[in-house]
Each structure stands twice: as C-alpha cells, then as structure tokens.
Design a binder for this molecule. Structure first.
Ligand SMILES: *Cc1c(COP(=O)(O)O)cnc(C)c1O
Length: 415
C-alpha cells in the first residue's frame, strides 16, 4: 500500500482522509507520512547492509524535529550545512559522532560549535577553511576531524541550479588540487584527517554519474594513501533523484549495485547523505482554490498556497504533480495556470497544466513536496508559515503549528 493513495475517489495519507485534515487544520498545510520516511530510509539501509556504512540524512531537505527524531531512532546520522541545523540535531539528542558538516561558508562560530559537539567530521571546501578549523581547534586544545570535499568535475545531468560537482561550481576543491591539500592538511597540528567527500548534485536520476565520480577520485585516494595519509571513510554525498513526473529513477538496490563494486578493495567506510530520496515523496502540500478566472489567453486557478510556501516551481521551474483531494466525477479536463496569491509573476505552481475543471473551494494536493518544501518557505508578503502534520497510521500529529500574525512581528521593535 502506498503512503499517499486514492481510495474510492478520496486521497488518503496512510489511514487518514486528507479532507478531514483540511477541515481540522485548514490550508495551506504540509502533510508527511511517517511510514514513507521509514520505508525510504530502510531501503537504503538494507541495500548497503553488506558493507560498513553510515547514512547521514541531509537535514536541509526537511528539517522538522519530529522527522529528524524518526530518522535518528532508526540509526541515521545527519548531514548539516549550518549551525542552525547542528542545533536541530543537538535538540533531538543525536549521536554527534554521526554528524558531517558541509558548506562553503562555515563561520568561526559554526566551526567552534561543531568542534565543541565533537562531530564526526567537517567536510572542508577550501584551504582557508582548513586553516580556520586548525586555528580554532588549537585555541580549544583539541583536534578538528575533516574530510576534504573534492569536486570530481562530472556532469550529473540535472538542473543547472542543483549541479554541484562540475569545475565551474563553487563547491569543493578541484580534483587536481586534492593531493596537495591533503598533504598540507597532514602538516597542520590540530587537524585529523578522516576521509574524502564529494557531492555532485541533486535530483540525479541515473547511477552513472556516481560511478563516474568514484572512478575519478580513486586515483586520488591511492595517491593520498601513498603519501602516508590515512583515510577512514569515503563520503559520496547525496543527490539521489525521485519521481516527480515520469522520470525513470533508480531505487536503493540499483544504487547500491552500481556503487558497491566501485568501492571494493578501498577498505573505506561508506557514508551517503540522502535528503530528497528520503523526504521528497514523503510529503504533500494541501491547498484550496480561491478563484478561477479567465484572461483572453489563459485560464487561471488561484490557490491559497504561494511561492513563499513552496518555492521549487518558481526557483527551478520544477514540476509537481497536482490533483484534486476528492476526485472529480466530471472527468473533462482543461488547461490552466495554477498560481499563488503572492505579488510576483513568478508565483506559480504549474503552467499550461491539463487538469479536471476546478471551481472555487476545491482542495488540491501538490505531490512530492516533502523535500525542499517547507524548509524553503518564507514570510514574504507577510504570509504566516503553514502548519506541518505527521501521519502515523491513523494517528495525526501536529508537528508545527500554523504561524499567526503576531508571530510575524515578534522580533520587531518600533521604538
Ligand atoms: C543538499 C546536500 C545533500 C542532500 O542532497 P539531496 O539531493 O537532497 O539528496 C547532501 N550533501 C550535501 C553536501 C548537500 O549540500
């Protein structure tokens, strides 16, 4: 049984009628399936069970504490990209020896915080960052554990905004510079080298870019070892794609079957950092049609969710499947733009979408909204953040209250 499915014409999340959630909590509303998070995480855990590995869920994809706790309880570590994400991991009592800290712009405070927490390793993106970690660790009288993020210059064939492993991207260290930086790191007194890392992009729908990237960094790994530098782990990042429309993607087993042979003989522990793969299809965004209007050339369906609630269509032109929460008896379809209320022409969810004729008051589900959904939401146009609900079988948990107007001004001061 799917976590989100139609039964006799009505959308369910696990055992709960989505229309009941809307009655109780209103729209716009994020709804997550606990079962879906568990299944996705377990599929990876099982696929890689033959080798020593660690799954570090990427907090930035969906960061609600209730969700992080589910993953922590299943043994997940975390990939964090800011002090705020590290704080979230700390709040749920995460095992800090399972945390990797990425990001090109780590501040002194963030580094100090990671060192204090004794995280597994910083994934270092530049020589200056290495020097900064060395200096701060020195003043604290401890060692900073690091991997260096290598940019293997592979094309993952995904959207240009979410490609990170090509040489023109800001991320990581050029593969040709890798050996020198490892040698330099090994001379720094307060640095302990733990591993090597890469993360080549997001929404990658084919396993080959991973295989290709591992093949490209293997000679570097050998050179590092020959230079007498010990590595413990290889972190191949995240980026595993999901199905938004009709993409052909890969499942956990296919991924493992492609990657594992490449790692044979390296003697390194594998770390992966999936975000979207676990969260993406574990959540939906619910919204209600406010108005239907016609211009001379277009039909517009105006909904009560906006780009401030789900930014992906505006930011990347991303496709999200959108369907009525209660199936229409009248199956006749029209073509329309589904747009939000925000004062920007870029505020749209779908353009020229074929969908059943909609009317004022209809409720819609925007699918595949679990990753990079709520986490990218903002208060633009002074719109309060939507609530978040977690479904577990037939039980309903409000895991983040809907913001109220007073929340919008809480930190402001007119005096
Ligand atoms: C964003 C990010 C991830 C997760 O990416 P997904 O595409 O959601 O799997 C993993 N590692 C790093 C370093 C990231 O920046």
């Amino acid at each position: 049984m799917e976590s989100f499915e139609y039964r006799s014409g009505e959308l369910f999340c696990e055992e709960v009628k989505v229309s009941e959630l809307i009655k109780k909590f209103a729209t716009p509303l994020y709804v997550y399936s606990k079962k879906s998070f568990i299944e996705k995480f377990n599929s990876l855990k099982i696929a890689f069970s033959a080798i020593d590995h660690l799954i570090c869920y990427s907090i930035k994809s969906c960061s609600n504490l209730a969700i992080l706790r589910i993953l922590k309880d299943m043994g997940s570590g975390f990939d964090v990209v800011s002090g705020g994400e590290l704080f979230r991991a700390e709040e749920i009592g995460s095992d800090m020896s399972r945390i990797v800290f990425a990001g090109v712009g780590k501040t002194e405070d963030e580094i100090e915080y990671g060192l204090e927490q004794e995280i597994l390793m910083f994934n270092v993106e530049s020589k200056q960052e290495l020097e900064r970690i060395n200096k701060i660790a020195g003043t604290m009288g401890i060692k900073g554990s690091v991997a260096i993020r290598i940019n293997p210059d592979v094309d993952p064939k995904t959207h240009k905004y979410i490609t990170t492993g090509k040489s023109e991207n800001k991320f990581g260290v050029d593969i040709k510079e890798g050996l020198n930086l490892y040698k330099y790191a090994s001379t720094l007194k307060n640095i302990e080298i733990k591993g090597i890392q890469m993360h080549i992009g997001s929404q990658i729908t084919d396993t080959f870019p991973y295989v290709n990237a591992i093949r490209k960094i293997k000679p570097l790994i050998n050179d590092i070892k020959s230079a007498g530098i010990k590595l413990e782990n290889i972190d191949i990042g995240g980026g595993l794609g999901i199905n938004y429309k009709e993409e052909v993607t890969f499942d956990a087993k296919t991924f493992a079957d492609a990657v594992l042979p490449e790692l044979e003989g390296l003697g390194l522990k594998l770390i992966i950092e999936p975000g979207r793969f676990i969260a993406g299809n574990s959540g939906i965004l619910l919204t209600r049609v406010q108005y239907v209007k016609k211009s001379p050339v277009k039909n517009f369906v105006i909904i009560d969710a906006g780009m401030n609630d789900l930014l992906r269509p505006s930011l990347y032109g991303a496709y999200h499947s959108i369907m009525p929460v209660i199936e229409k008896e009248e199956k006749e379809k029209t073509v329309c733009d589904i747009v939000g209320p925000v004062c920007e022409s870029g505020d749209f969810f779908a353009k020229d979408r074929e969908i059943e004729k909609l009317k004022q008051g209809d409720c819609l589900a925007v699918f595949s909204a679990g990753a990079y959904g709520f986490v990218m939401s903002s208060n633009y146009n002074s719109r309060p953040h939507p609530a978040e609900i977690l479904i577990d079988g037939s039980s309903v948990h409000l895991i983040r209250k809907r913001e109220e107007y007073v929340d919008l001004i809480r930190l402001e001061d007119v005096n």
